[in-house]
Structures are given as structure tokens and as C-alpha cells.
Design a binder for this molecule. Structure first.
Ligand code: HEC
Ligand code: HEC
Ligand code: HEC
Ligand code: HEC
Ligand code: HEC
Ligand code: HEC
Ligand code: HEC
Length: 697
């Protein structure tokens, strides 16, 4: 007996020595690297797995020892946030009420389950009920656990896109995806890295692409909150979970509960604080965060200065919590994990769990006895009166909890006008030397992605110019200044900023693309071509660059080269209708091949029956073929879709003038000139028409 025990003890001792020496070896090995250059957090030296070279190992590796937590976590929304559809996990109704009509865009959708696969079919009916358009796309991935909603993703070529219809579990119904009621983006909204990295474990996002991923995991995993597990798994190899070992800090893995309050909060805020816009710090990407870091090491988040007490947005937990007196007056002690155990589904906890958290800080005896006739009692449901539940402002049919804890949940608020100009505020209120630049970048992004009001660009330029004076090498600042100038129609200044950005960081295709456009706007086509060609060496599949190169080649009379580029653009982004229109235009103009041209245009219209450049081009073909009636219908259709489509007015004027209907032609030209007062062609044509009208009178 004794012998066995002795051997056992020796063995364990050797094992421990081995582990410790391995561990110290790693410790010194790691600390000899410059950890702090990647992770500015002072905690990087305490937590060995914050070092950039430590690898992620995946949840299965953790399950070997932490099985209970593993099983329970997989039942939570986060554990089930991203997955493939299968006949085993259907919660939707594919048999009845499986159609959605978007009145605004006049598209209809049908959700289909077919031989183990799932689809969304888009179609359109004419007045007589005949189907005049159809596009069917396969559901490839599901985003959202379905606690509230499931949104779908499709893959076209190698690119990922959101789909137009979402399943809203609470209401048990299909409806347009969040945001699609105001603008139906159909199958064209790219799933960008940011979106993926809030809803999943880290993906291999392909550099320089927008929505291409090499490898897509299934759901948010342990390591998003605990950091890479390689060291921990190796150092704990052979260990069993043993209560006597608990309570000791393990430097190979981050336990958020042991982090300082700010860092602890930031583990959750990396995903639970969407804000209006986020701007990554120089050199950081959406997958650069490691638990233990400060969120400010990764990104700045901008919120509106004009926060509504009554309405709250999705993924605003961080913002709303921080508005609560509980958070402010406790000096930030009210972190998420005071109330939440992220390994357990919220619904499994019950109300009492949360109410008990309130009375940890608020002794019942100290609360006012009868607020408005209600007693503050021990078993009172604190949440029902102090945390609002209901629809989020930006997503319908869901039931979220407003995390702004306050005395009264509804206050009188003036109705807000749509599209008002807001001021962006840095959530973290940083004042370092790049703060102006980041705010400037946030305004550029806000202008491009949310609200095309020029005021935002003017603010951006002012901030960026000022900030770049002292911080001349801020690449993101230069890039965004270039883009702002481009949008403000000042390509000369855009070129200056973008050239500098590329000089310092010649690896980002988007900078080349913007520079190429700027040169084109300056009329320097050769320069533009050089820039585009250079960029293809970094990333050869950028559809925008390929398209612009095609246009340049076509402009220079090199039809064959142009066709080649357009086809490459189609190959890398098969669902972009613009490439087909380009080919259609080329076959008409360069080869007078109307039939071929029409084929391409039809393909563009199959992808998007409302794609105005395609309609316009088809109209021109019809004019050439003498089908004036058909052409007029198309041009009028364009103006229904986009009343600012200037060339449609010009085309209508031409057709009517050709038919001798001068008064109508004149009307279209006047409309055109209202939109573009200095359009020379329109003025010339108007003068001629007015002369003819005078002659006839
Ligand atoms: C070989 C077994 C083993 C594996 C695999 C393992 N762990 Fe552990 N882990 C342990 C042991 C043992 C402890 C200490 C026991 C305790 O505290 O209950 C521990 C402790 C922890 C702690 C607490 C640390 C602290 O300082 O409080 C966290 C967090 C943790 N593990 C996360 C993970 C994650 C995430 C994975 C997967 C990447 C993982 N573990 C894989 C054995 C393992
Ligand atoms: C990688 C991004 C990410 C991180 C990090 C993250 N969350 Fe989440 N969290 C989400 C997403 C996305 C959802 C919604 C998932 C769903 O239901 O599809 C969610 C859902 C939740 C839920 C509801 C889950 C349920 O089943 O009821 C809670 C509670 C929660 N998070 C708390 C936290 C806390 C606390 C932290 C920090 C310790 C945290 N989250 C960190 C992204 C994240
Ligand atoms: C900053 C992180 C972040 C980004 C970026 C983000 N989301 Fe979310 N999203 C969340 C969080 C957190 C929730 C959970 C909200 C809750 O449960 O209260 C959520 C909820 C959702 C839900 C509802 C899921 C459910 O059942 O609760 C859908 C669907 C969704 N997001 C889709 C998207 C798509 C599509 C994108 C990108 C185009 C995106 N999100 C970008 C953080 C983010
Ligand atoms: C959304 C963030 C998040 C995710 C994802 C997550 N954890 Fe945790 N984990 C935490 C937090 C926060 C704590 C500290 C809880 C506390 O003490 O209040 C924790 C604590 C732990 C501990 C320490 C001991 C304990 O029982 O609390 C272990 C072990 C652990 N997690 C393992 C895992 C494993 C394994 C997974 C994946 C299956 C996982 N965690 C996923 C946030 C997360
Ligand atoms: C970490 C401690 C802590 C927790 C947990 C906590 N609070 Fe507080 N709360 C405070 C502090 C500190 C204040 C400010 C001083 C005060 O009024 O006691 C406060 C203030 C409040 C106020 C007054 C707000 C105002 O606008 O004046 C309400 C209402 C409130 N808490 C409700 C709750 C409810 C409900 C919960 C549970 C969901 C809760 N608190 C959980 C610390 C906490
Ligand atoms: C004072 C307690 C408290 C704190 C602190 C707190 N929550 Fe919650 N949280 C709640 C309650 C209560 C619910 C609603 C529970 C229910 O519906 O049963 C909730 C629900 C949620 C949900 C589920 C979706 C929803 O909106 O109902 C998510 C996600 C969530 N919290 C995330 C967070 C994050 C992230 C933080 C930190 C920024 C946080 N919570 C801080 C009390 C808290
Ligand atoms: C039926 C609604 C209701 C419930 C349930 C309720 N409260 Fe209140 N509470 C109020 C109202 C109303 C006020 C505002 C009183 C005033 O005007 O000063 C208030 C005020 C407070 C305040 C501010 C300080 C004070 O004493 O006025 C705190 C803190 C608070 N409540 C905490 C709690 C906690 C903790 C619970 C659960 C044990 C809870 N409340 C349950 C309605 C409620």
C-alpha cells in the first residue's frame, strides 16, 4: 500500500516538475518577445495567453476537462449563435405562412425546404399576377440562436451575403431582416468581418476582401472570453478538475472574474457595444482583441450625443448599462457578470436570480417605502419597474431588455425628425493625440454607411486635417481624408492624402482603389491604370478594381482586354449586375452585337430587375431597334425607381423629340435641368427644341 502511494507521489512530483519547467520555459520564452507592442495592456505580462503567438484550440479541447460548463454554454444564445441549417434544427415554418411581401420594393419572398436544403426565393408579379422575376438563393449559414431571431446567409461564388428574410421566433413569423424595411438590400448585403466576429469565434477572413472567409466556425466559443487556450490545455494536460485546485489564478488562461473592472467589462463590450460607428486603432482588426486587453487598445466606439431614454438599440447593453446610476455611482462595479453567468441561458436563471442581484447593493430597508403607492419589498420584481423590456428601436418583433436601470422607464420625449444631423461622441472619451483623427474617420464612415449628409464630411475633413498636422503618418486618417475629399469632389486633395497613405502602407487594396478613382477624376487615366494594376498584385480578385480597369481598357479601344477584366470581375463577384451591364455595353458599342449585348443585360436584370444602368442600357437598345414605346416604358420605370437618374430624363426627351412630341420633350429637359442646372447637352437640346416650338407657333 505504502509503496504504491510512494510511487504515486513521486510520479505526481515528477509530473508537476515537468509541467512547471515546461511552463517556466514558456514563460521566459514568451516574455522575451515584445508582448507589449501587440497588446498594450499591462495585463499582458500577467496573462501568458495574451501573447500573439499563443494559438486557439477550439471548444472541444476544453470540453475534455470542463464538461459541465461546456454543455451548459452550448445551450446559450452565444453558444448557438452561428451554425448550418439542417433538417434536425428547423424551428421555422416552411409549410405555411412562408411568404413575405415587401410592398415598398414590390419583391415577394417564399421560404422553401427542399430535400434537406433550404432556400429563399425572391419573385415579383405583374398586375395580372404573372411572375416576371425570380431568383432563388440557398441558405448556407444561420446567424442568431433563434432565442429572438434567425437571420440567414448565402454564399455566392466565394462571398457571403445576408439574406432578405428573417425568422422572428417570439412572434413565430417571417419578416424582412432588420433594417430591410427601410431599404431592402435583397441578397447584396455583405457579411463583413465585424459582423462575423461579433457573432462567431474568429474566422479566417481573407485580407483585402470584404466578405470572403476561409474557414467558418460554428458559434461563439470559450476562447472569445478566455483567450487562446493552447498554453492552458498543455499545462493542464493530465489534470482532472479538482476542487482543491480552484481559487488559484491560472496565468495561462484569462478568468474574466479576476480582471480589473474595466478589463472585465471590456471582454463583453467587444461585442455588446455596437454604437453608431466603430473605428479600429491603427494596426488592429476585428479579430485582434484578446481578453485582458482594453477595448480602447482595439477600437473607439462612437455613440450619438442624442440618446433616447425610451428607445434603445440592439447590442447596446454596454452603452445603456453605463448610463445607469448603479454603474456610475458604484464606480463601474456593476459589470455584466454581476448579474449574468455567461455559461447559462438567461431564461434558465429566472427573475429571482436578477432581483437578488439588486438587493446585494440596495438594502430593502434603505429604499423609499412607498414609491407611488408600491411597496419596495424583498420579493418585489425590481426589474419589471426599473429595466424596460420590449422591442429594440432598430429591430422589430424582438423582446430585449433595456439595460439603463432608472427610476422611471418612460419619459416624455419630443418626436425626433428622421435624418437629423447628430454629433458623434467617443464612448470611452479618449483624448490622445489621434482622437481627432479617429472621430474624423467615424464621420466619414457614418456618411458612407448611414447618412449621406455632406455636413458629416465637412466635419470629417476639419478633424482629419487638424489631427494629421501633428500625427502625419496616421494611415487610416490619410485614407479617410482621401475618401472624404473624393466625396467632396476634390480629387486633387484626395490624391495627395492617398499617395501618402500608400507610401506608408502599400498593402491595402481599398487605398489603391480610391487613388485610382481620384486619378480618373483628374483625367489622368494612365496613372489610374498603373495604380489599379499595382493593386492587383496585392489582391487579384477585387471586382471594383477589375471593373475600373475594364472601363479604362474599353475607353482606350482595347475591347479584348476590357472583356477579360469584366469576366474576371464576374468570376470574383458573380452577383454584381454592373459587370454584366459593362459587357452588354461593350458588345453593343464595340461590336454592334445587339443580341449578345441583350443577353448580358438580361442577366443583369435577372440578378436585379430594378438595376437602373441595365434598364437604361436596354432602353437605348430598344431606341436603336425602333421600339420607342418599349424604351419609354423602361426610362419611365427608371424614374420610378430613382427620380434623380439624370440620363433617363435626357433619353426620354430624345425619344419624344424624335417622335415630334416637343412639348413633352421640353418638360423632361426642364426636369433634368432642375437636377443638373449646368448640363450642357440638355441646355443645347432645350434651345433647339424651343426654337422649333417657336417656329411651329
Ligand atoms: C486537461 C484539462 C483541462 C483542459 C483541456 C482545460 N482546462 Fe481549464 N482548467 C483545468 C483545471 C484543472 C483548472 C483549475 C481547476 C479549477 O480551478 O477548478 C482549470 C481552470 C480554468 C479556468 C479558471 C482559471 C482561473 O484563473 O480561475 C478557466 C477560465 C479555464 N480553465 C478555461 C478553460 C478553457 C477556455 C479551456 C479550453 C481552451 C480549458 N480550460 C481547457 C483543466 C483544464
Ligand atoms: C464574441 C462576441 C461576444 C462576446 C465576447 C460576448 N457576447 Fe454575449 N452575446 C453575443 C451575441 C452575438 C449574442 C446573441 C446570440 C444569439 O442569441 O444569437 C449574445 C448573447 C448574450 C446573452 C444572452 C444569452 C442567452 O442565452 O440568453 C448574454 C446574457 C450575454 N450575451 C452576456 C455576455 C457577457 C456577460 C459577456 C462578457 C463576459 C459576453 N456576453 C460576451 C456576443 C458576445
Ligand atoms: C459589435 C458587435 C456586433 C456586430 C458588429 C453585429 N452584431 Fe448582431 N448582435 C450583437 C449582439 C451582442 C446581439 C445580441 C443582442 C441581444 O441578445 O440582446 C446581436 C443580435 C443579432 C441578431 C438577433 C439574434 C438573436 O436571436 O438574438 C441578429 C439576427 C444579428 N445580430 C445579425 C447581425 C448581422 C447580420 C450583423 C452584420 C451585418 C451584425 N449582427 C453585426 C452584436 C453585433
Ligand atoms: C461570453 C464569455 C464567456 C464564454 C464564451 C465562456 N466563458 Fe467561461 N467564464 C466567463 C466568465 C465571465 C467567467 C467568470 C464567472 C464568474 O466567476 O462570475 C468564466 C469562468 C470560467 C471558468 C472558471 C470556473 C468557473 O466555474 O467559473 C471556467 C473553467 C470556464 N469559464 C470555462 C469555460 C469554457 C470551457 C467555455 C466554453 C465552453 C467558456 N468558459 C465560455 C466568460 C465566458
Ligand atoms: C453593484 C451595485 C449595484 C447593483 C447590483 C444594483 N445597483 Fe442600483 N444603484 C447602485 C448605486 C451605487 C446607485 C446610486 C446610489 C443609490 O441610489 O443608492 C444605484 C441607483 C439605483 C436607482 C436610482 C437611479 C436613479 O436614476 O436615481 C435605481 C432605481 C436602482 N439603482 C435600481 C436597481 C435595480 C432594479 C437593480 C437590479 C436590477 C440594481 N439597482 C442593481 C448600485 C447598484
Ligand atoms: C443589474 C443586472 C444586470 C446587469 C449588470 C446586466 N444585465 Fe443583462 N440582463 C439583465 C436582466 C434582468 C435581463 C433580462 C432577463 C430576462 O429576460 O429574464 C438581461 C438580459 C440580457 C440579455 C438578453 C437579451 C435581452 O436584452 O433581454 C443580454 C444579451 C444581456 N443581458 C447582456 C448584458 C451585458 C452584455 C451586460 C454588461 C454590459 C449586462 N447584460 C449587464 C440584468 C443585467
Ligand atoms: C412596482 C414598481 C417598483 C418595483 C417592483 C420596485 N421599484 Fe424601486 N422604485 C419604484 C419607483 C416608482 C421609484 C421612484 C421613487 C421616487 O420617485 O423617488 C423607485 C425607486 C427606487 C430606487 C431609488 C431610491 C429610492 O429609494 O427611491 C431604488 C434604488 C430602487 N427603486 C430599487 C428597487 C429594488 C432593488 C427593487 C426590487 C427589490 C425595486 N426597486 C422594486 C418602483 C418600483
Amino acid at each position: 500500500m505504502k509503496m504504491i502511494k510512494k510511487i504515486y507521489i513521486v510520479r505526481v512530483a515528477i509530473l508537476i516538475i515537468l509541467i512547471l519547467s515546461w511552463f517556466y520555459y514558456n514563460y521566459f520564452f514568451l516574455s522575451s518577445n515584445d508582448l507589449s507592442s501587440q497588446n498594450k495592456s499591462p495585463l499582458a505580462s500577467e496573462y501568458l495567453n495574451m501573447a500573439p503567438e499563443v494559438k486557439f484550440v477550439g471548444d472541444e479541447a476544453c470540453s475534455a476537462c470542463h464538461l459541465e460548463i461546456f454543455k451548459s454554454f452550448k445551450q446559450t444564445g452565444m453558444g448557438m449563435s452561428f451554425y448550418k441549417p439542417s433538417t434536425g434544427n428547423v424551428i421555422e415554418n416552411f409549410k405555411s405562412n412562408n411568404r413575405v411581401y415587401d410592398k415598398k420594393s414590390n419583391f415577394r419572398y417564399e421560404m422553401i425546404q427542399e430535400r434537406g436544403e433550404f432556400f429563399q426565393r425572391e419573385y415579383r408579379l405583374d398586375d395580372a399576377g404573372n411572375q416576371i422575376h425570380e431568383l432563388k438563393r440557398k441558405i448556407e449559414w444561420i446567424i442568431g440562436s433563434g432565442r429572438q431571431a434567425r437571420t440567414y446567409m448565402t454564399k455566392i461564388g466565394s462571398l457571403m451575403y445576408e439574406m432578405p428574410v428573417t425568422w422572428y421566433s417570439r412572434k413565430g413569423k417571417w419578416d424582412l431582416s432588420p433594417g430591410y424595411h427601410s431599404r431592402n438590400q435583397r441578397f447584396s448585403r455583405p457579411i463583413v468581418a465585424e459582423c462575423m466576429n461579433c457573432h462567431n469565434s474568429y474566422t479566417d477572413h481573407v485580407d483585402n476582401s470584404e466578405n470572403k472567409f476561409k474557414n467558418i466556425p460554428s458559434g461563439i466559443g470559450c476562447e472569445r472570453c478566455h483567450g487562446p487556450g493552447e498554453l492552458h490545455v498543455k499545462s493542464r494536460f493530465g489534470w482532472k478538475i479538482n476542487t482543491t485546485m480552484s481559487g488559484v489564478k491560472d496565468p495561462t488562461i484569462v478568468n474574466p472574474a479576476r480582471l480589473p473592472l474595466r478589463e472585465q467589462m471590456d471582454v463583453c463590450l467587444q461585442c455588446h457595444l455596437l454604437g453608431e460607428k466603430a473605428v479600429f486603432k491603427e494596426g488592429m482588426k476585428s479579430d485582434s482583441f484578446r481578453p485582458g486587453m482594453r477595448l480602447t487598445d482595439l477600437k473607439s466606439i462612437y455613440i450619438s450625443d442624442d440618446i433616447s431614454p425610451n428607445n434603445f438599440d440592439i447590442a447596446s447593453h454596454g452603452e445603456r448599462t453605463s448610463l445607469s446610476e448603479c454603474y456610475i455611482k458604484s464606480n463601474g462595479a456593476l459589470t455584466c457578470i454581476v448579474c449574468h453567468d455567461p455559461h447559462k441561458p438567461v431564461k434558465s436563471l429566472g427573475r429571482a436570480h436578477f432581483n437578488n442581484k439588486c438587493i446585494q447593493c440596495h438594502e430593502i430597508d434603505n429604499l423609499s417605502r412607498e414609491p407611488e403607492g408600491v411597496e419596495h419589498q424583498v420579493d418585489a420584481n425590481c426589474i419589471s419597474c426599473h429595466m424596460k423590456q420590449g422591442d429594440a428601436a432598430d429591430v422589430l418583433h424582438v423582446n430585449f431588455t433595456d439595460h439603463w436601470i432608472r427610476k422611471r422607464l418612460s419619459v416624455d420625449e419630443p418626436e425626433k425628425e428622421e435624418g437629423r444631423v447628430i454629433t458623434l461622441k467617443d464612448f470611452m472619451e479618449e483624448t490622445d493625440s489621434s482622437a481627432d483623427i479617429r472621430l474624423g474617420i467615424a464621420y466619414v464612415k457614418f456618411f458612407e454607411e448611414k447618412h449621406g449628409e455632406q455636413e458629416y464630411l465637412h466635419r470629417a475633413v476639419e478633424l482629419l486635417e487638424e489631427g494629421l498636422k501633428s500625427n502625419r503618418e496616421h494611415i487610416g486618417g490619410l485614407y479617410n481624408l482621401g475618401k472624404a475629399y473624393l466625396s467632396l469632389k476634390n480629387p486633387r486633395k484626395a490624391v495627395q492624402a492617398l499617395e501618402r497613405a500608400i507610401m506608408m502602407n502599400p498593402v491595402e487594396i481599398k487605398t489603391y482603389f480610391a487613388l485610382g478613382i481620384s486619378y480618373e477624376k483628374l483625367g489622368k487615366k494612365d496613372k489610374a491604370k498603373d495604380v489599379y494594376l499595382e493593386s492587383l498584385e496585392i489582391y487579384s480578385e477585387d471586382a471594383l478594381v477589375l471593373t475600373n480597369l475594364g472601363n479604362l481598357e474599353q475607353g482606350a479601344g482595347n475591347s479584348e482586354a476590357a472583356i477579360d477584366y469584366y469576366n474576371r470581375a464576374i468570376k470574383s463577384e458573380p452577383s454584381y449586375p454592373g459587370s454584366y451591364v459593362n459587357l452588354g455595353r461593350l458588345y453593343l458599342v464595340d461590336y454592334s452585337n445587339t443580341a449578345r449585348s441583350k443577353e448580358y443585360i438580361q442577366e443583369a436584370l435577372r440578378l436585379d430587375p430594378d438595376y437602373t444602368p441595365a434598364l437604361s442600357h436596354l432602353g437605348s437598345i430598344l431606341v436603336a431597334e425602333g421600339d420607342d414605346e418599349g424604351a419609354i416604358k423602361l426610362f419611365e420605370r427608371i424614374l420610378e425607381i430613382n427620380p434623380n437618374y439624370i440620363s433617363a430624363y435626357g433619353n426620354l426627351a430624345s425619344v419624344y423629340a424624335k417622335r415630334g412630341e416637343l412639348a413633352i420633350a421640353r418638360e423632361y429637359l426642364l426636369n433634368l435641368l432642375k437636377l443638373a442646372p449646368i448640363n450642357r447637352n440638355a441646355r443645347k437640346m432645350l434651345a433647339k427644341i424651343e426654337l422649333s416650338i417657336q417656329k411651329f407657333n
